[in-house]
Design a protein around this ligand. Sequence first.
Ligand SMILES: [Zn+2]
Length: 307
Amino acid sequence: MPTDATPVVYIAGCGHSGSTLLALLLDSHPEIACVGETAVKPKIRRRGDSASATCSCGRTIGECPFWTAVFAQARVLGEDLGPERWANDYRFEQPLAQRALNRLCNTTRGRDLVRWAADHVPGYRGRVAAIDTANVAFIRAILHAQGARVFADTSKRTPRLVHMLRVPELDMKLLHLVRDVRGYAASAKKRGMSPVDAARTWYRDQTTIADVARAYPQVPFHRVRYEEMCADPVTTLRNVYAFCGVSRIDPPTAVDATAHHVLGNNMRMGGAIRVRVDDSWKTRLDAEELRQVLAIAGSLNRELGFG
Ligand SMILES: [Zn+2]
C-alpha cells in the first residue's frame, strides 16, 4: 500500500441499523468526513432523477453547495463526476446483473471470483479500474471539501467493500455496525416486511461480514452495537474515534442533520436528532414471531453480545 493511501473506515452491516445516525455522528468530528451512502441509488439514476434527490441539508444534490464543491474538486482530480454521474459506484444499473453480483458476494468462493474477475477478466477489469479511479477521486474530493483526513463510508454493502479492499490507494478499516436481530426484525415488520425474512437477511449479512473480516486479518476491525451507541453515545464514539485514528474530542449526543451533507434513508430529514434507544421491538413482535426470529438467528445474536 502506498504511504499516501487515503484512510477509509468502511461501515458494514444491514440497512435500518442506525448507519445514517452513525454517519451524522462521524461527520460531526472535524477530522472525519462522512456523506452516508456514496451514490444515489441506481433505481433513481435510471429515472434520470438523481440531481433532484435530497441531501440531508434540505437542498437537492443539484443545488447543494457542498456537492457542487465536491464535483468541482473531482474534476480538478481529472474525474467527470456530477449529480447525474456517479462513476464512483460499483453497482450495476441493470438490476439482474446487480442481483448476480450481490449473490456472488454472499459466499467466500463468490467473493474470490469477483476479486479475480476484477483483476483478470477483460471487460469487467476495465469497468472496475475506471470505477476504482473515480472512487478514489470522489473520496479525496470529499475530504478536500470538508478539510478532513479520514473518510467514513456507510454504504454497508459487501460488493462495494470487496472491490474497495483491492484498491492500493485506500487504507481500509472495517467497522461492523450491528443491531439486535429482534430490533432489526421488528423494524422490518413496521415497514410491512416479514420479520422471519428479515432474520434470514440479518443472519446472512452478519456471517458474510465475519467471513470477510477473517479473510482480511490485516484490515483493522471494530464492532459497534447500535443499542450501545444509542444508550451511551459518548463511550461508543470515543472508542470509534480511537479506532479511526482521529483526535479525542467530546462526542456529540445530538446531531442536526441539516448541518451535514449525508445521503441515506429518510430519518435524516428530521432536523435535530437526539440519540436515543429504540426498544419498540419488545412490543412489536408477537411471541410466535419472536420464537421464529430467534430460531434462525438467536445463537449468533447472543454471540454478538445481545442477551
Ligand atoms: Zn447538502
